[in-house]
Design a protein around this ligand. Structure first.
Ligand SMILES: NCc1[nH]cc(CCC(=O)O)c1CC(=O)O
Length: 315
């Protein structure tokens, strides 16, 4: 009998959409697949901010256990939710071509755009209002640009968060554009935040498998997009070298263009009071350690102090 590839996924709509995408790609290659839907801790607790849940990989560790106990053959994740250090025995089998990597500002009343988008630096420094996000990275970036605003905690899946935005008196909430676009739920009242660097690997989908499963690795290899893989590896190395954590105010974006890798990264103090940024462009041939190099350079230029501050607060 032909091998059936068991594809593990969380059971949120976004996760199931992403896993179905992988299933369809494998089926085009002639594979027989089935989806195995699993609840993860990250989905069960919709109140605690992610950074307070204290463990890495809240979204991934249930599926890691399923892989290691041979209940599934691959697991599909939003790559930005995957800890930079994969669990022992787990390997990346493929990274799909990246979708929209940007963060999206979703508002209810377009009058707020004046304040947040069509204002100059002086106006931004004094702008007041409330924006909702559960992400420490987005919070730090918003406070860095708009130091007088209040950032409200917001968690849950796409639908829950959208509902909460409608029910509250907030100016806006921030979403990953990729998540909304995959579900065909990007509202008309939304604008991409061009100045905000994304989370490392935002918009990329990872397929992981058992480290020693050569057969599954071979089957998944054609799904891999080399440019995306190189980019997100550098972004994740940047994060790992700086902090190692998952919910941290670290942003990074690497892009392949004209045989070059363009890398941008930053780390921001949790309260937005300080930002350290770096940009580099290197030949593709020398592009495997840009993320590490940029992180080391930032650490030598003061990022170590921000990292220390974040560690002491998270303790
Ligand atoms: N941490 C939650 C999460 N993980 C991946 C996505 C969206 C898809 C992606 O970024 O690839 C989201 C939602 C969001 O940040 O709004």
């Amino acid at each position: 009998m032909e091998k059936i590839i068991r594809i593990g996924t969380r059971d949120s709509r976004l996760a199931v959409w992403q896993a179905s995408q992988v299933k369809a790609m494998l089926e085009i290659q002639g594979c027989v697949c089935e989806l195995v839907k699993v609840k993860s801790e990250g989905d069960l607790d919709l109140v605690t901010p992610l950074y307070a849940m204290g463990v890495q990989g809240v979204f991934t560790k249930t599926l890691d256990a399923y892989l290691l106990s041979n209940k599934i053959d691959v697991a599909v994740h939003s790559m930005k939710d995957v800890p930079t250090q994969l669990a022992q025995g787990i390997a990346t089998a493929a990274v799909l071509k990246r979708a929209n990597y940007k963060d999206l500002f979703v508002y209810k009343n377009e009058h707020v755009l004046e304040k947040y988008f069509y204002s100059d630096v002086d106006e931004q420094r004094i702008a007041e209002g409330v924006i909702a996000t559960g992400s420490v990275r987005r919070k730090a970036a918003l406070l860095n640009k708009f130091p007088k605003i209040r950032v409200e905690n917001l968690r849950g899946n796409v639908q829950t968060r959208m509902q909460k935005l409608m029910n509250n008196d907030w100016d806006a909430a921030i979403f990953a554009a990729a998540g909304l676009e995959r579900l065909d739920e990007r509202p008309a009242y939304a604008i991409e935040i061009d100045w905000m660097l994304p989370a490392p690997a935002q918009g990329a989908i990872a397929v992981v498998c058992r480290e020693e499963d050569v057969e599954v690795k071979e089957i998944c290899a054609p799904l891999n997009d080399q440019d995306t893989m190189l980019s997100v590896n550098n972004e994740r190395d940047f994060l790992k070298t700086l902090m190692g954590g998952c919910s941290t105010p670290v942003s990074a974006l690497a892009q392949v263009e004209n045989n070059k890798l363009k890398f941008s990264g930053n780390i921001i103090a949790l309260d937005g009071s300080e930002i350290l940024e770096i940009e580099k462009e290197v030949d593709l041939r020398d592009a495997t350690e840009v993320g590490i190099g940029c992180a080391q350079e930032l650490l030598a230029n003061g990022a170590d102090k921000i990292v220390e501050q974040i560690r002491s607060i998270n303790k």
